[in-house]
Design a protein around this ligand. Sequence first.
Ligand code: ADP
Ligand code: GLC
Length: 489
Amino acid sequence: MEGVCMARSILFAAGEGLPFVKTGGLADVIGSLPKSLAKRGHDVRVVLPLYKKIIDKYYNQLERIGTIQVHSGWIDQPATFYKTEVDGVVYYFIEHQHYFERDALYGYNDDGERFAFFQRALLDMIYFIDWWPNIIHENDWQTGMVPLMAKACYQGDVRYQAIKHVYTIHNLAFQGNFGVEMLQSCLGLDYYYFDNGSIKFDNGISFMKTGIVFADKITTVSPTYANEILTDYYGERMNAILRYRRDDLWGIVNGIDTVAWDPKKDKHLVKNFDVKNVAAGKAANKAALQAELGLKVDKDVCVIGIVSRLTNQKGVYLITSRLREIMDLDVQFVVLGTGETAAEDAFKWMESEYKGRAVYYSGYNEELAHRIYAGVDLFLMPSLYEPCGIGQLIAMHYGSLPLVRETGGLKDTVQPFNEYTGEGNGFSFYAENADDMLHTLQYALKQYYTNKAGWKGLVKAAMTRDVSWEASSNVYEELYYQLCNWSDN
Ligand code: ADP
Ligand code: GLC
């Protein structure tokens, strides 16, 4: 049976997921990995909170399956369950008007209480629908308490005890740390777990740490990040506990949804293309993007693009500290994103200072993102840390060369150009240093303007890199296989 996975049932639990709701790469993963596993014959389901955004757009498509009373600590409130099916994956939604029908997904003072409820309700839901997954696959702090709650709150039920738990860290910096009073009030857990240190963090409790301690296996979204988070520098003060569990920690790189992101069929583009007609395809999309955004239409100029949260993580201050130097080069610059005020202000200044050559679109815009990925030549992502990164994968798939810092998933997915062998699919630099980034940009521009054949080779390598879930789904299957000892039955 070695390597051959029998079909199994897996429940993905997460705070967001496409096609329903997205704030970042986690939603991309939840919208595509389950689909890829379902295609391989597994019974894969996903559970999400029923946010206002989902109700506004999808309510008519949801089937109501029932209401139960959820008891969690002092919380005693109803949860209503809904479901729908997309591409072979069943999606469940947990409704609680007060907790989830708000404008944003996270960032509220009562986030601990909201997601304590979500986690307890999803565990109760399993009993209610009488579907017992072999594995619950939890993602990030919003679902980090599930492994412990399943063990501690349902001790008498062997069906809960039989479930295995895989906990995936998408971003170690967001930890879900709350006051200890949450334990009894919202989670219904004994102080024992706090007193023995297993969930204690800074005198409070940490959902992230709990996931790391109690899951059967832990994964993160690239091999390099899996190593980085064991160090003081990247470990976000969780590195000691991660080192303790390192034998169970796997780094598995993300893929992208190659149906939703397909330059051959993308409805948002003026011209579809693949690797065979990439030059013509990119030229048409570049011209359309320039016209749409009020940039000078110029087929020859190198257009640099960013589609990102504008936060320190993404290395935006390496960029904003060198905006003048960047704009002194022969480039146009397109930035799409929202984030920290200082970064937004810098890009607003750039747009006003370099009219016709630079544009900043402040906001979240899925369609424009597609057109930027297709229309730019270089995709800038100099992150200070990057667990995986989805942006650079999409960029490569659309023939835009990534320029990245060598960290986490960026290091694992972008191979820097080697001008002697012609190998590579992008450009990269190592030090967290704005001048190193600038020099790498200058080097990339030199290739763009003076080494057309080299550039063409890079674009071809980028577009033909396998960014689908195929390879990584194999690894997840292998992980599930090891965990559940598939060959047992
Ligand atoms: P993170 O999850 O850390 O923000 P990723 O690179 O993993 O970074 O994923 C970001 C995802 O969000 C990508 O799919 C990217 O295209 C998308 N995205 C980020 N900002 C915007 C925006 N302003 N408009 C549209 N899509 C965006
Ligand atoms: C997080 C990380 C990003 C990763 C995404 C999906 O948002 O910041 O690097 O790609 O999760 O795993």
